[in-house]
Write a protein that binds this ligand. Sequence first.
Ligand code: FSX
Ligand code: SF4
Length: 298
Amino acid sequence: MKISRRDFLKLCGISAATIGLDAGDLFRLEEVLANPKGPTVIWLQGSACTGCSVSLLNRLSTSPPHNVADVLIESINLIYHPNLMALAGDSAVAVVENAYSAGGYILAVEGGVPTAFNGNTCWPWSLDGQHVTFQEAVLDLSQKAAKILCIGTCASWGGVAAAAPNPTGVKGVKAVTGKTTINIPGCPSHPDWIVWAVAQLLLGNTIALDSNGRPRTLFNKTVHNQCPRREAEEAETFGIDRLCLEELGCKGPDTIANCPIHLWNGGANWCCDANAPCIGCTDPKFPFAQLSSEGEDD
Ligand code: FSX
Ligand code: SF4
């Protein structure tokens, strides 16, 4: 299916209300996407499960464009993505090298950065017959990136990939590069959060971040604060509809995310309303411990 740059606009238009784009934003996006010299996006995958890419790939619409991956490839200059690009081997690396020389690209990182064993547990590619570690690739490419987008909790702070005992020494991108990163957490990240962030960067908008690098527009209230079960009686056992899940370990009171309002799977549902306690996957300390909430509560 041939998809044009206009289709990214259409996707943003479909999601405009839910991802907070107004008519002026859509008009400016149209101008940006019409520019053949628009920003280049390099998407790297490190220590992760690829769930963030799958989450984005599953961003389905009932009308064309159906698949956000096609849209991103055809409408945004996404030059490197391990699962989506047609190129492989040296020719794929050459494309990254060219983008690096030009600079000014958006570097999207999915997955944490293994640092133990000099980073040799993760090799994204080889150059001149030498393995390049993911750590080297992230360090090099971060130098000339206009913006660094961390897709998912692993890239943001380590996440599941950095869970103890963490033998490969996985860290988040900011911890490795020292650079400011725009963190779009979630395990996986919500596709609309990713689309929102890419659209903001294409528009040249400044994204206000909280102290953990998360966009304040998306991450400003606890899950608990927005949960429809907040006043409900507490469940003592699993599988009972409409009861609060705090006694069963719900992390909603300590987790900042808009899942109860934004919903998942094309608006089908979200964790607590499927009777599954929030596991706190957008939190810097996920999966084992959590920071105290910095959002409003009660
Ligand atoms: Fe991590 Fe992405 Fe969790 Fe997986 O790849 S945020 S392990 S669901 O999805 O990086
Ligand atoms: Fe809060 Fe979780 Fe209870 Fe919802 S289910 S009200 S998020 S503790």
